[in-house]
Design a protein. Structure first.
Length: 245
């Protein structure tokens, strides 16, 4: 199966930013979407916009830190559309701060969202993909998985974990499954600096406003990986603004 049209694609973190842009990009190309995030109103606004424009989408409230929520997301795909072709694990939090600030709840949230959240997605989708004998994981990491910049230690560590888990999954996936890592650089979303310490948030917002690329740049990279024919596995894509060091 090549292309995007007709594919059943679940996306976590679809209520804003890169997840929302990816949903729009894939809907315009004829995918059936199953969208998840915690903010019900924002999530349903995305679903409503897509369906109003003739696209195919359903939404379900998902907190990726909860195993049962990922199972509900994949079950929703099967119940509504009969299968799941792609799981895009995109949900994330950029609550960045210096280690000395001891914002340990934020550290825990980044570990829970990026590491446990990704594992919950693998736990829900892998058995289904095995039964179907096809399926694709698209995992969203960050350029922080390639280079750590202060004060992003915890964020970079969790995104490095996403990269390592993705490569491990790829090696175990076998010939029927595809596994893709997409690593964005600075992207213009509401999430940049959200929940970060005031100084980090101000620095990130300034940098975002100076150099960030639109989320559609990441959406089209994800679309590229998905539209390849079966048997062609795009392993890793890094997309950053030219101005990003
Ligand atoms: P946004 O804040 O706009 O999007 C993050 C999304 O994740 C939202 O839809 C949010 O929705 C959702 N989310 C957060 N926590 C959870 C959770 N526990 N369960 C379910 N959904 C959750 O930011 P971006 O679009 O920028 O971020 C998307 C991804 O891209 C993240 O993984 C981020 O780390 C990564 N990234 C972003 C970069 C950038 O510069 N913007 C650079 C590199 C990587 P809700 O609150 O409704 O749950």
């Amino acid at each position: 199966m090549a292309g995007i049209e007709g594919k059943v694609i679940a996306i976590t973190g679809a209520s804003s930013g890169i997840g929302e842009a990816t949903a729009n990009h894939l809907a315009e190309r004829g995918a059936h979407l199953v969208l998840g995030a915690r903010r019900k109103d924002r999530l349903h606004a995305v679903v409503d916009r897509i369906t109003a424009q003739g696209g195919s989408a359903v939404g379900t409230v998902v907190d990726v830190t909860r195993r049962e929520d990922l199972k509900r997301l994949t079950d929703t795909a099967v119940d509504h559309f009969g299968r799941l072709d792609v799981l895009v694990s995109n949900a994330g939090t950029m609550a960045i701060s210096p280690l000395d600030d001891l914002r340990q709840d934020d550290w825990d949230a980044m570990v829970a969202t990026h590491v446990t959240g990704l594992l919950n997605g693998i736990g829900a989708a892998l058995p289904l993909f095995r039964r179907q004998r096809c399926g694709q994981f698209v995992n969203v990491a960050s350029t922080a998985a390639y280079v750590v910049k202060s004060p992003q230690a915890v964020y970079a560590a969790t995104k490095t974990a996403v990269k390592v888990l993705t490569e491990g999954l790829r090696q175990e996936a076998g010939p029927d499954l595809r596994v893709t890592l997409v690593s964005p650089g600075f992207t213009h979303t509401e999430g940049v600096g959200k929940g970060a310490s005031p100084q980090a948030a101000a620095a990130l917002a300034r940098q975002r406003d100076e150099i960030a690329m639109p989320p559609s740049a990441i959406a089209s990279a994800i679309g590229y990986a998905i539209e390849q024919p079966d048997g062609i596995d795009v392993g890793e894509i890094v997309v950053r603004p030219t101005a990003q060091a």
